[in-house]
Design a protein around this ligand. Structure first.
Ligand code: BGC
Ligand code: BGC
Length: 599
């Protein structure tokens, strides 16, 4: 038998090259670190929100800041791709005037596409991607998102969220791929691979930030930033899996969770941050705090800093500027004092700065700090939108299809489209779109609403009539009712009652009284209580938060694409059943995890 040893040799050589590259980077980091003052090292550990510093941009130079972020509501006046790229470049130019010319790393929440940029491609939120159960697709979604981020110069995405949402009352359920750790770890790792590409230094590669470590989706009663009350075995089995897999996939940054584990806040949890994550799981990247999260550790900011840095945090996210409590100057001053008082060891500062600088070298940031303007023009391109459209198609879950009402013919005489979300790109996109909470209506340019998509799809001879309240379907061949949640993010979306809004239930009822077949499309970030609306509808589609490419919904409605989506959550019958998750004893959901019809 002949053995082909060429692949083996290539494999070994590749290994040697990457070890050599790593050694070369380590040398550069050591050389740089040996020249750095304490102020410069602490600067690297400081991440300031754009809003907090925009009136004092020279502080980037004065304090040697290592990182800037834009939170959900921080943005330049010009929110086009060009405007964002200009903002980024102007800040980076400042950073490059510092003594050691260390570039800043810029973080942003591109959690379903580059969602703060007007005209960007907006993908389904993670719950929808969860319904696809398709890691190849998620890898593509992440790669496109990375390319759009790079088009604005930035190179760090606060995603993927690998929360395992165990209680749908949680307002961040849609940021999670689903209730099952196997699904979350598969898609989270795929996202990291797509985002970071083959090499972090590639033109369209972006650093992923896996969040929120750990147990954010397991809090009691689904309370945002709450307390996860479970034993260590359960924490590891359910909530740590996403991190294990993401680290294997090469993740080099992780964001720590606001939440607590058995009453101890994660931001001061040395055991989980240092012993488990950095030592046991071998995480070599850096840990960033959540937004002002260390401020919650106690009444005294200085001791908050001491606890969090000693627990293993490497970079602190600071949204406060002059005149506010706990602003970035406070942070820098107090951390420096703590080092001088030997309360935070210098070795900890060196370790943090080393981890951050290493990633900056790996990103090729020292070589290519500025925006590649060629990439700016491809934001929201047709090619990118096609991938989002495909993601939408694959994310739809068909829950009911009596009398085979779906797929619809494109040659019907009249289709009536109704419901408050039929023609609403804001509702379709959900939270984290242009602004943190986002809103209904025309929040973003580009994209296609479901109504527009239906009009684009039917034949010339088909009349499409509309209303918003369910009325007017009499005499049509079919009535499509698009209803559901309106945008929210984080704790603002925590709910005690997941019933459909009254106006939505009434719209479905009204449509039913017209006597024509009723197809309901539910736009939501999570399963909702859909009885009795489900009973009176003929077909029912869970469309999650599909994003800008509503055409993907029409592709499925009219049979150009058969439904393939499967539930990423067990669908509850009533509030009393929540939390309900696959594997529970006495499991009796309305629809089980993994359910989904097709035609
Ligand atoms: C959220 C994070 C987000 C950060 C920055 C926090 O409130 O919990 O997910 O990355 O803000 O916007
Ligand atoms: C910011 C978000 C952040 C949130 C935290 C908002 O003002 O825009 O990015 O996640 O505050 O509370």
């Amino acid at each position: 038998m002949k053995i082909n040893i060429l692949p083996v040799i290539i494999f070994l050589l590749a290994g040697i090259f990457s070890v050599n590259a790593q050694n070369a980077i380590d040398k550069k980091v050591d050389a740089l670190l040996s020249q750095m003052t304490l102020d410069e090292k602490i600067g690297q550990m400081t991440q300031v929100d754009y809003d907090a510093i925009k009136k004092n941009v020279d502080d980037i130079v004065k304090y040697y800041l290592g990182s800037i972020l834009c939170g959900g509501n921080s943005e330049p006046d010009d929110i086009t791709a060009k405007g964002w790229a200009n903002l980024y470049d102007s800040f980076q130019n400042l950073a490059l005037t510092t003594r050691l010319k260390i570039p800043i790393i810029w973080g942003i929440d591109a959690v379903h596409g580059h969602n703060n940029v007007d005209g960007a491609t907006i993908f389904p939120h993670n719950v929808g991607l969860g319904a696809t159960h398709n890691p190849k697709l998620v890898e593509q979604v992440a790669a496109v998102t990375a390319a759009e981020i790079k088009g604005t110069g930035m190179q760090w995405d606060f995603a993927p969220c690998v929360a395992v949402a165990r209680d749908e009352r949680w307002g961040r359920t849609y940021e999670s791929y689903g209730e099952n750790p196997d699904l979350v770890k598969m898609l989270g790792a795929a996202y990291v691979k797509g985002m970071q590409g083959k090499n972090l230094s590639d033109k369209t590669s972006v650093l992923a930030c896996v969040k929120h470590f750990a147990g954010d989706g397991g809090t009691t009663n689904g309370k945002d930033q709450g307390n996860t009350e479970i034993d260590e075995e359960t924490l590891r089995k359910i909530h740590l899996q996403g991190y294990v897999e993401a680290i294997k996939a090469g993740a080099k940054s992780i964001m720590v969770s606001y939440s607590s584990w058995n009453n101890e806040k994660l931001h001061e949890h040395k055991y989980l941050l240092t012993d488990v994550l950095k030592r046991e799981l071998g995480f070599k990247g850096f840990l960033v705090s959540d937004w002002a999260a260390i401020d919650q550790l106690g009444k005294d900011y200085k001791s908050d800093i001491e606890k969090s840095i000693n627990a293993g945090l490497d970079m602190i996210m600071i949204p406060n500027g002059y005149g506010q409590n706990n602003n970035y100057v406070d942070f820098i001053t107090k951390l420096k004092e703590l080092v001088n008082e030997n309360k935070v060891p210098l070795s900890r500062i060196d370790d943090a700065a080393r981890r951050i600088l290493k990633v900056k070298f790996e990103l090729g940031l020292f070589k290519n700090p500025m925006t590649d303007k060629q990439l700016t023009t491809q934001i929201g391109s047709k090619k990118h939108r096609e991938i989002a459209r495909d993601a939408v198609r694959q994310s739809l879950v068909l829950l009911k299809n009596d009398n085979k009402v779906l797929p619809l013919s494109k040659n019907l005489k009249r289709i009536h489209v109704t419901g408050k979300s039929a023609d609403d790109i804001g509702n379709q996109c959900g939270g984290w779109t242009i602004s943190w909470q986002s809103k209904s209506g025309n929040v973003i340019s580009g994209g296609t609403t479901i109504l527009q998509a239906i009009k684009n799809t039917v034949s010339k001879n088909t009349e499409v009539t509309t209303s918003t309240d369910g009325s007017g379907a009499e005499g049509a061949d079919v009535c499509i009712v698009v209803v559901g949640e309106t945008p929210y993010a984080e704790m603002i979306g925590d709910r005690e009652d997941l019933s459909l809004a009254k106006e939505d239930a009434e719209a479905i009822e009204k449509a039913k009284t017209s006597g024509v077949p009723v197809v309901v499309i539910l736009i939501s970030g999570r399963p909702m209580l859909i009885e009795p609306s489900l009973k009176i509808s003929d077909s029912f589609v869970a469309a999650w938060l599909p994003g800008t490419e509503g055409q993907g919904v029409a592709d499925v409605l009219f049979g150009d694409f058969k439904p393939v989506g499967k539930l990423p959550h067990s669908w509850p019958k009533n509030m009393q059943q929540i939390p309900i998750n696959i594997g529970d004893t006495n499991y009796d959901p309305l629809f089980p995890y993994g359910f989904g019809l097709t035609y």
